[in-house]
Structure formats: structure tokens, C-alpha cells
Design a protein around this ligand. Structure first.
Ligand code: FAD
Length: 464
């Protein structure tokens, strides 16, 4: 019998278009391994919503393996140690892994590669091979627009791969944990009911969603900014966990050119751009890229009681700004938030409340089912004005006019039931119109006052 091959699964929970699995299966019996390594990820160990998704995604993949008389070995602890131990037990000499760029995975890959033959597949989870998109002078792009132009000039992306033709098993499998023992699902309290209603998890569900999306993508350009309608793909958690790849999406749509698809493709390129940024600046979720922002006087929830209370109100969706509260409650109920509203809520935390973006990054990390190290950090730094390519800090979003402009009344009614009885325009700013229901809080801070405070903090930082 040929030599056993180990496949190290991480954010690639799929059978099809999985380069590591495909190649390993060609060479011999496969032992696919998933290791839950919380310590290595430290502050970015999966949060509650991602753990919920991971449980269901792994279960779905286990079923797919079982339908082919194969298994996934689950382990918890240090990924490198477990993989080396499994290699010793099975006599495997090679570990196959799709490459990932989170700093803790880069370290793990480096350590593992020093100890065993680690075959890494560079182009598994993105449209481009990370690092391959070079400027005219051979450097890395830092700004989205030229990066995106360069990506498009290199199309098409690689071909998609089918599922492995054969998937043979070793004579015996190494010991595996039972996923139920990992306790990834919430129990007391069980806060996941809203997520169960909202999502179907796993590779088959991702492709079902893609079929649905095919009938809506043409409207994307016009409607993607309107949270009251379901006009974005909601493929982000499927993409994060690698249940589907952007390459599969690209090929699915390649004969369907439309303005909607073009704009959608630009968003997929944003995902590559975010990853490309983190590949260059691994600690992007921790450090301001623009160091002058290290001097800004944030209100610090760790030392300032009022700031701590304000952070809590933002997290709970009790700010008195209906569009912000709808977004934060959508996040809590479903594990997802519409992109336009992510921008509004993030800007509100940073500028209206003058709280460091990293508190928001961590809250989103815990509560989003699509929490993604690169995309989350890149978008928070973009909103804060601290990033490589970012919005200017002094551009302060006005939540109330954003709410009107993007026609959010139905969205607010859905997620803020206290306001469900209000018509337009009152629903966007009930306090201003004297229609504030008893159950709904007044604004935490007036827009004008918040704006002036943020601009003063910015000016003080610049003058320092
Ligand atoms: C403060 C903030 C935090 C964010 N955190 C995350 C995160 O942790 N994970 C995440 O996947 N996205 C994040 N985003 C980006 C974006 O909001 C989501 O990707 C999008 O809302 C997901 O919904 P969708 O699948 O319907 O997107 P669609 O509009 O259908 O877009 C298609 C795909 O493109 C990618 N994409 C879209 N917009 C962006 C973007 N701005 N940056 C990077 N990729 C993008 C996603 O993979 C998405 O699934 C964040 C945005 C903001 C403003």
C-alpha cells in the first residue's frame, strides 16, 4: 500500500477545489486532521459565533467524508505537536496544507516545515496567489485600487479542482476527539437560536447559496448598500471557513458578465486585498499602521467607567441611534451584519464614542460568524483612518442621514421592535421628532457634540 498522507485542515472545510486534499488523495490513503489550537491564536482564538459555525461546518464535512468511507481526525491542543504525533503513529512522511496567513498559522507552518515534509498549496482560498501581485518595481501593493487593477489584468484565476476521484483510508485511523466534547455550541444560555434560523452551514449549503445568488447578482450594484433588502451574497462565512472558494465563484459567473457581477467581483478582490495587507503587516489587527494615531487620546473603557458603559451600550444596541442599534442587534441575533451598517456602527464607536477601533475589532471577532483576521482588521483600520489604505479620520459618518439615504426603515423595524410602530421619517430619529417610545433610549451623545469631540481629539493628536 502506498504511504499515508496527512491533510491539515484549517479554513478549508470542503471536498471540492481543495488543493491539499486533492493532491494528497492522489498519492495514498488520507488522514485528514483538524486541530483546535486556541492557545496559538491567543487573542484571535475563535469567538462564540465562529465556534458555533465551526461545529456545524466540521460536522458537515465529517458527513461528506463518511459518505466516502473516510474520517476526519479531531484533536485539541498544539497543532504542530498533534500533527507530528499523528505522522509518527501513521508512518506518514508528508503533511499537505493549504497555506494560511494569520500570524499564528504562519509560525506554525514554519515550525512544522522544519520538522517534516510540509507541502503547502499557495492558491487555495483566494483569487490570487498571495504575494504574486507585484507593482512595476517588484514591490507589494498597499493601496486597493491599483491592486485590484493588477489582479484583473492577471485573470483568469487558476482552474477549479473537482473532489478527489478516490479517497482511500488507512488501515486504522489515529484516535480522534468527539466534536461534542469540544463544547463549541452554547448551552446555558443557548443564544444561537437566531443563527440557526438565519444560516445553513457547510459546503453543500454554500453551493446552494451560490445558486440563489446567481438569481440576484445583477441587482448588486444598485442594491448592495440597502440593508432592508437581501441583495448581498451572504457567502462571507462560507468563504471564511473555506466551504467554497472565490475561484469556484469566479468560474460559476465567468459567462455572466453584468455591472452587478463586476461590482461583486471588486468585493471579492477586497478580500484578497485584505489578506495581502495582512501578509505584509502580520500584526495589523493589533497595531495602527499610521503610528501618529498611537498618540490620540481615546476614551479608554479599561480605565474610564463612563467609556466602559458606552462601549456596553454600543455592544447591546442601546445607543439611541436606530440604525446603529439595528445593526448591533442584527449582529447579536444572526452573527452577521450588513456591510453598510458595519461601516456606520464602526464609525460610531470610533468617532462618536471616541473609543479605540481595537475594542470594536474584538467585539466583531467574538460575534461575527464570518470573523476573519484580515478582513476584520483591514476594515476597522480603514474606518478608523489608521490603515494603509483608509478613509480619513475627519470624515465622520452621520448615522441619521445614512439611515435615510439607504432606506433603512424596514431594517430598523425588524431589529428594533420598540420602534416598529414608527413611520418615516420619525423612525430614523424618533427623539428629534418628539416620538421617542418609552422603551427606547435617547441618544447617548448628540451628533454635533460627538463630531466636535472627535475632531478636537484628532487636532490634539496632530498638534502633539
Ligand atoms: C468594520 C468592518 C468589519 C468587517 N469585518 C469582516 C470580517 O471579519 N469578515 C469578513 O468576511 N468581512 C468583514 N467585513 C467586510 C464586509 O462587511 C463583509 O465581507 C460583508 O458584509 C459580508 O457579507 P456578504 O457575504 O453578503 O458580502 P457581499 O457584499 O456579497 O460581498 C462578497 C464577498 O466579498 C468579500 N467582501 C465584501 N466586502 C468586503 C470588504 N469590505 N473587505 C473584505 N472582503 C469583503 C466577502 O468575502 C464577501 O462575502 C467588515 C467590514 C467592516 C466595515
Amino acid at each position: 500500500m502506498s504511504e499515508t498522507q496527512i491533510v491539515w485542515l484549517r479554513r478549508d472545510l470542503r471536498m471540492a477545489d481543495n488543493p491539499a486534499l486533492y493532491e494528497a488523495a492522489k498519492r495514498g490513503p488520507v488522514v485528514a486532521v483538524y486541530v483546535l489550537d486556541d492557545d496559538r491564536a491567543s487573542t484571535h482564538a475563535y469567538g462564540g459565533a465562529s465556534r458555533w459555525w465551526l461545529h456545524h461546518s466540521l460536522e458537515a464535512l465529517q458527513n461528506s467524508f463518511a459518505s466516502r468511507h473516510a474520517k476526519i481526525v479531531l484533536r485539541r491542543g498544539d497543532a504542530v505537536e498533534h500533527l507530528l504525533q499523528i505522522a509518527e503513529e501513521t508512518g506518514a512522511k508528508t503533511i499537505h496544507a493549504n497555506r494560511h496567513f494569520e500570524p499564528w498559522w504562519r509560525n506554525a507552518e514554519k515550525t512544522l516545515g522544519e520538522k517534516i515534509d510540509l507541502e503547502r498549496y499557495d492558491d487555495a482560498n483566494f483569487l490570487t496567489v498571495m504575494g504574486s501581485i507585484k507593482t512595476g518595481t517588484g514591490g507589494q501593493y498597499k493601496i486597493y485600487t491599483p491592486f485590484s487593477r493588477a489582479v484583473r489584468s492577471q485573470y483568469p484565476p487558476r482552474d477549479e479542482l473537482p473532489e478527489p476521484e478516490t479517497l482511500s483510508s488507512p488501515e486504522t485511523y489515529p484516535e480522534s476527539d468527539d466534536i461534542a466534547d469540544w463544547k463549541l455550541l452554547p448551552s446555558k444560555p443557548d443564544w444561537a437560536a437566531g443563527m440557526r434560523d438565519f444560516w445553513k452551514v457547510g459546503e453543500a449549503a454554500a453551493h446552494e447559496r451560490l445558486e440563489w445568488w446567481e438569481t440576484h447578482v445583477d441587482d448588486y450594484d444598485d442594491k448592495r448598500n440597502f440593508p432592508s433588502v437581501e441583495k448581498t451574497s451572504r457567502l462571507s462565512p462560507h468563504l471564511h471557513f473555506g466551504e467554497i472558494t472565490p475561484v469556484q465563484i469566479w468560474h460559476h459567473f465567468k459567462h455572466k458578465r453584468s455591472k452587478g457581477w463586476d461590482t461583486y467581483e471588486s468585493e471579492l478582490i477586497w478580500r484578497d486585498y485584505a489578506q495581502n495587507t495582512v501578509a505584509q503587516f502580520p500584526l495589523y489587527a493589533r497595531d495602527n499602521y499610521r503610528e501618529d494615531f498611537d498618540k490620540i487620546k481615546w476614551r479608554d473603557p479599561e480605565t474610564d467607567e463612563k467609556a466602559a458603559k458606552d462601549l456596553k451600550k454600543w455592544q447591546q444596541g442601546r445607543t439611541g441611534y436606530p440604525i446603529v442599534d439595528a445593526g448591533m442587534r442584527e449582529l447579536w441575533q444572526t452573527g452577521w451584519m450588513h456591510n453598510r451598517v458595519r461601516m456606520i456602527t464602526a464609525s460610531f464607536l470610533i468617532k462618536h464614542l471616541l473609543i479605540d477601533w481595537r475594542h470594536g475589532e474584538q467585539w466583531f471577532w467574538d460575534t461575527l460568524v464570518d470573523a476573519d483576521y484580515a478582513s476584520n482588521a483591514t476594515n476597522w483600520q480603514w474606518t478608523a483612518g489608521t490603515g494603509v489604505d483608509s478613509n480619513m479620520f475627519v470624515r465622520i459618518m452621520a448615522p441619521l442621514s445614512q439611515s435615510e439615504k439607504f432606506d433603512s426603515a424596514a431594517y430598523i423595524r425588524k431589529y428594533v421592535p420598540e420602534l416598529a410602530g414608527l413611520d418615516e421619517p420619525y423612525i430614523h430619529d424618533p427623539e428629534e421628532f418628539g416620538r421617542l417610545p418609552k422603551a427606547y433610549p435617547p441618544k447617548m451623545i448628540a451628533h454635533k457634540e460627538a463630531r466636535e469631540r472627535a475632531l478636537a481629539a484628532y487636532k490634539a493628536m496632530k498638534d502633539d
